[in-house]
Design a protein around this ligand. Structure first.
Ligand code: MD3
Ligand code: FE
Length: 199
């Protein structure tokens, strides 16, 4: 489903078994010395979402070298499969970071632009667990016009072309809507990106 030029939503892309594997992987990545953390913004605000990065580390508002959990090759491959699914070819997509966001029931993400990547490569987003409202806006500002799209566990979204610069956010999560068999309370979102920063 084309939501805007370059922004493609593929509902129910991941089979339930793949969803469960990803949930298990997300849990594993958070064990040990690099747990999910709430990001403190330079203005003093603290994000309600808890995040971790595989590969290169995003800190507001830049990327650092890879120091924590490496980005596994199977996840790079899954990202390529996602780009092939929506654009017909992977176009050399080689993500070097995955940002994993965990949303407890009250967590939100305000409208923002992702401008730290020095690359025009698409962003691949995978949703797991609770359903949410994803708000997809415009490049000019945080306000209208925007479209609200419901994201469900297993959904794929790819943001390429002009949609890459659109403001977007998650104004609400619907608690308790994850399939019980998934083993997840809350919502996880994995985004695969090319930072475009030389290594
Ligand atoms: C559109 N995450 O991590 S995923 C983020 O559900 C982020 O956790 C949300 O926004 C989440 O930056 C939304 C969808 C998404 C991700 C990156 C984008 C949409 C995007 C980058 C550019 C344009
Ligand atoms: Fe974003």
């Amino acid at each position: 489903v084309l939501v805007a030029p370059g922004a493609v939503h593929v509902p129910a892309w991941l089979p339930f078994s793949r969803q469960r594997e990803l949930v298990d992987a997300c849990r594993e990545w958070g064990r040990g010395p690099f747990p999910y953390r709430r990001t403190v913004l330079p203005g003093g605000g603290v994000m309600s979402v808890r995040s971790l990065c595989l590969g290169r580390q995003w800190v507001p508002y830049r990327y650092l070298d890879a120091v924590g959990v490496p980005l596994p090759e199977w996840l790079v491959s899954l990202g390529r499969e996602a780009v092939v699914e929506v654009y017909g070819e992977h176009g050399g997509f080689t993500p070097d970071t995955a940002l994993v966001n965990f949303y407890a029931p009250e967590a939100r993400m305000g409208m923002h632009q992702d401008r730290e990547e020095r690359s025009s490569a698409p962003v691949v987003s995978l949703s797991l667990g609770d359903r949410c409202v994803f708000r997809f806006g415009n490049a000019e500002g945080r306000g209208r016009p925007y479209r609200d799209v419901e994201l469900v566990s297993g959904d794929l979204f790819v943001f390429g072309g002009p949609s890459r610069w659109a403001h977007h956010g998650v104004p609400r999560v619907f608690p308790g809507t994850a399939e019980p068999g998934l083993g997840l309370r809350g919502r996880l979102n994995i985004t695969l990106r090319e930072t475009g920063i030389p290594r």
